[in-house]
Design a protein around this ligand. Sequence first.
Ligand SMILES: *Cc1c(COP(=O)(O)O)cnc(C)c1O
Length: 354
Amino acid sequence: MSMDFASDNATGARPDILRAIMAANDGAAPAYGADEWTQRAEQALAAIFEREVAAFLLATGTAANALALAALVEPWGAALCHEFAHVAVDECGAPEFFAAGAKLAGVAGAAGKITPQGLRDALDVMPRGVVKQVQPMALSLAQATECGTVYSLDELAALAKMAHDAGLGVHMDGARFANALVTLGCSPADMSWRAGVDVLSFGATKNGALACEAVVFFDRRRAENFAYRRKRGGHTLSKGRLLGAQMEAYLEGGRWLETAAEANAMGARLEAGLRALPGVRLPWSRQANQVFAILPRAAHEALGRAGARYHVWMPRALQTGERPAADEIFVRLVASFETSAESVDRFVAVAGGA
Ligand SMILES: *Cc1c(COP(=O)(O)O)cnc(C)c1O
């Protein structure tokens, strides 16, 4: 039985989303996103966010984040983000490249979250109007974070208000937006523009699409030049209907929420199983579909022999007192909509020495 907890993008696309691509493939349609699937996807996004939006589909989360940040930040500006944020450590400099050299400034914070104090400290060392320094122009928050944690609505609102008061735009990296939303049980509007988010990278790939993300602007004025930015960035698909069909099918009938709920439930099962094992430590609580655990090395070796797959994670993401000892290892486990209860139970049994 497959025990693959490497990532939610190790999983393929949902068959019903693939069938939607096949259906859209039938016959001719206008190119470059002028097709009916893309229009319906844009309407569906406006409907779930309960307002008019300017939405742009593209094929990768890195492009969504990089182009969204470029829309908020001038070349002499800075975007503040968590020090371990995907935009800062997993995108090969794409945000800086697309923002024509703007800087990303990392903010520390436990369990992947920026705190108001952390943001205040970062803003304090970047005063406005000092010609020698980059000017702070955006705050980027990941929801869910790279540590699998989720900002509460109050936390989001407090950070967004502080950013707006300092003249920054607010970007949300929502590669796992659906997983975080299911955790909070609120509306998409509550977790985005009502909390102060200006631009959202709305992920679908990790949650069942083949390759589809949307950059969603809640203020149309900020989107003025985005069509050119996306084209210049090489992300305007000529057969744009293939993106439109994915996003339409993803949102249809709440499919995206159902998919995320399945992944989160398997994350919860995995967490509960590991918690019950002596010798396993969880540095922070799981909130969505990712579980971070400090395992005894013997368990890690047994899991390896049993064919389990997952990533060993960087201990620097842990507070000093929590770091793994010599006979321990820090790992990340990700559940997806395809994760089965049996594979979770088998993983826990092997980790527990069975
Ligand atoms: C996966 C992920 C992305 C998008 O990555 P791509 O591989 O470029 O699609 C963005 N942000 C976070 C937090 C992610 O986990």
